[in-house]
Design a protein around this ligand. Structure first.
Ligand code: FES
Length: 252
């Protein structure tokens, strides 16, 4: 393997001894992340069609100054940094977009660009990726607001009601929660620094938490994608209702 890597590097950027279509792995990532990025940016700047009845788009939650008393622009821009920093600094997404957008490296055993001193995430700007554990705390606060929105979506004009939108928002917050709960930083927080659970206070509880979080963590990539789709679709659904393109169906 070392020989293959060395030989590929010597032959220049993109050189590889791999015979499989390795680029197929990065193509869907580039397309889906690129499209999501464009859609989310347009929606964040739109500043309209983010609410219908008891439903609030997750891109606009928590909703701050919708009447524009002190903030002239889209309310989503006030909160965008929270969820965005959580996704951007996520360990899984880092691997995905370093490969898909920077081709750095494009894939395992595929040569990188020559002539650059590798500094990893030890220098600006990539050293900022290390704020991930703090963005996790912020994401947990955001989840609190999204759960509140999901529960509120089951009440319409003072009555309990289940609409398609209630379920869309509920599924979305469940998937976002599994994404956050499967986070590597959270798993580390529960038990990553310990050599011996029985030697510390609350060792048994921490071990159980660490074991549960580990089971979720093994599926982190899956939750990362599912929650990305769900948050985009939940926003799209609320937008379609708010602009009158569709009608919400009452199920109960
Ligand atoms: S590692 Fe992906 S959200 Fe923390």
């Amino acid at each position: 393997m070392a020989d293959a890597g060395t030989s590929a590097r010597e032959n220049g950027f993109g050189a590889t001894l791999r015979r499989d279509p390795w680029w197929l792995e990065i193509l869907p990532v580039a397309v889906v992340l690129g499209l999501f990025g464009i859609y989310a940016t347009l929606r964040a700047f739109e500043g309209a069609y983010y609410e219908w009845g008891p439903y609030l788009s997750p891109f606009y939650s928590p909703l701050i100054d919708p009447q524009h008393h002190w903030w002239r622009f889209s309310p989503a821009l006030l909160i965008l940094g929270g969820p965005l920093s959580f996704r951007i600094t996520c360990y899984y997404y880092r691997k995905a977009y370093y490969r898909a957008f920077f081709l750095d490296p494009a894939a395992c055993a595929v040569a990188e660009r020559k002539g650059r001193r590798y500094r990893g995430e030890t220098a600006f700007p990539f050293i900022l990726q290390n704020v991930h554990r703090y963005s996790l705390y912020i994401a947990i606060v955001f989840l609190g607001f999204l759960w509140y929105d999901a529960v509120r979506a089951f009440s319409y004009e003072g009555h309990f009601r289940i609409g398609v939108g209630s379920l869309v928002l509920l599924v979305n917050v469940v998937l976002l929660s599994t994404y956050a709960l499967s986070c590597h930083s959270l798993r580390h927080l529960a038990g990553g620094r310990l050599d011996c659970f029985s030697c510390v206070s609350f060792g048994r509880a921490r071990f159980s938490a660490w074991r549960g979080l580990t089971a979720l963590n093994e599926r982190h990539m899956l939750f990362a994608w599912l929650s990305l789709f769900s948050v985009g679709l939940a926003d799209l659904y609320v937008r379609a209702l708010a602009c009158g393109a569709i009608r919400d169906v009452t199920l109960l």
